[in-house]
Design a protein around this ligand. Structure first.
Ligand SMILES: NC(=O)c1ccc[n+]([C@@H]2O[C@H](COP(=O)([O-])OP(=O)(O)OC[C@H]3O[C@@H](n4cnc5c(N)ncnc54)[C@H](O)[C@@H]3O)[C@@H](O)[C@H]2O)c1
Ligand SMILES: O=C(O)C(=O)C[C@@H](O)[C@H](O)[C@H](O)COP(=O)(O)O
Ligand SMILES: [Zn+2]
Length: 359
């Protein structure tokens, strides 16, 4: 087992990464009160719920199984979590445990932020995306039909437990979606990691467990550093949004049901890199390198059919990085060097959108 620390003073917490941790890590010892609720979904419950639940035979342990899918990352689902907590009389000393991917993790985290004005929660991420990104950093949210993650809170988990063995049951398309966020860390701040990903691509594609574990560790290390420096996104944490302004627009336009988050991020990162090259900030070689890497994983590098530039502009106007009416974008200056800025000619954005959508 390898352990990283997210250094946030009194809100600091460990990320434990290793094989078989669902069986071997004494999670019950980490819970402060005498109640837990494990919240998962209908796909993950038959695979891993019993194993996790068996750790909590000494205290009250309730379970809640949610419907599966991004389209259920809503206030309505959140309400069902509050209903279950109240029905089982959970108090302020309860601990919520999120067993699942980013959808479960984001919702359970938000429920924990709100329930009785804030209770403990633990992340047990089961997708590659959740293991490298969403379980770390305390961004929690649900979607709104008009915008992604529009209703949420910052609420840090007390611990992140990453059992890399659970990836064995994860479908290939989901592994690829998580990989897009891994590539993101290389692009925005870790060029040596990006080169490592390219060099080791054949073994990573074959899901070599040792290399995947290393990719997870280095991703979490990058994310933990960014979060420790800027917990609530006052500055550089926004770099973790590379590709997301475009990507969130694609997810919203397709009703949160066609494209996976990581797929939209993949296409969105290509758009951001392409726009950076159009601005003359970046040499064009990176766009083709990135496209080759993403395409080798079967990830999209173009926008959903039928999406227009006007639709992008309309949806992106609601992005959380809009400041005083100005859309800030994460753009690239070099491999490993990203900036968040509103200082770009509007024409460059319009031309980029038209190049990807057609006029
Ligand atoms: N909070 C953050 O910092 C942050 C970061 C990145 C993404 N996100 C959010 O995360 C969400 C995407 O997360 P995701 O990609 O994990 O999707 P997801 O949670 O929908 O999981 C993907 C699919 O895999 C299934 N699954 C999960 N674990 C499995 C396993 N071990 N074996 C078999 N099937 C399994 C799920 O049931 C689901 O069908 C989005 O809502 C996105 O906005 C949040
Ligand atoms: O942790 C962050 O900060 C991120 O931006 C990570 C992203 O990968 C993630 O998709 C996040 O949920 C996006 O946040 P949002 O604030 O743009 O909704
Ligand atoms: Zn993301």
């Amino acid at each position: 087992m390898r352990t990283l620390q997210v250094a946030l003073a009194e809100r600091s917490y460990p990320i434990h990464i290793g094989q078989g941790l669902l069986d071997t890590f004494p999670l019950a010892e980490q819970v402060r009160g005498n109640q837990v609720m494990i919240i998962t979904n209908e796909t993950i419950a038959p695979l891993y719920l019993d194993k996790l639940q068996s750790q909590f035979s000494q205290i009250q342990c309730d379970t809640l199984v949610l419907p599966d899918g991004e389209k259920y990352k809503t206030l309505a689902t959140l309400e069902s979590i509050f209903d279950a907590l109240l029905e089982k009389r959970h108090s302020r000393t309860t601990t919520l445990i999120a067993l699942g991917g980013g959808v479960v993790g984001d919702m359970v985290g938000f429920a924990a932020a709100c329930y009785q004005r804030g209770v403990d929660f633990i992340q047990v991420p089961t997708t590659l995306l959740a293991q490298v990104d969403s379980s770390v950093g305390g961004k929690t949210a649900v979607n709104h039909p008009r915008g992604k993650n529009m209703i949420g809170a910052f609420h840090q988990p007390r611990l992140v437990l990453i059992d890399t063995d659970v990836l064995e049951t994860l479908p290939t398309r989901e592994v690829a979606a998580g990989y897009a966020e891994v590539v993101k860390y290389g692009l925005i701040r870790d060029p040596e990691f990006y080169d490592w990903l390219e060099t080791n691509n054949p073994r990573l594609l074959s899901r070599d467990s040792e290399l995947m574990a290393e990719a997870i560790y280095r991703s979490c290390e990058n994310k933990a550093q960014v979060v420790a420096d800027d917990e609530t996104e006052q500055g550089n944490r926004a770099l973790l949004n590379l590709g997301h302004t475009f990507g969130h627009a694609m997810e919203t336009a397709t009703g949160y049901s066609e494209w996976l988050h990581g797929e939209a991020v993949a296409a969105g990162m290509v758009m951001a890199v392409s726009m950076s090259a159009r601005l003359g900030w970046l040499d064009e070689g990176l766009e083709s390198r990135l496209m080759a890497l993403l395409e080798s994983w079967g990830l999209p590098v173009a926008v959903p059919k039928g999406m227009t530039a006007a639709q992008f502009m309309d949806l992106m106007a609601l992005d959380k990085k809009v400041h005083n009416g100005q859309l800030r974008l994460v753009l690239m200056k070099a491999l490993g060097d990203a900036v968040v800025t509103a200082d770009y000619p509007a024409a460059a954005l319009q031309e980029t959108l038209e190049a990807f959508c057609g006029v």
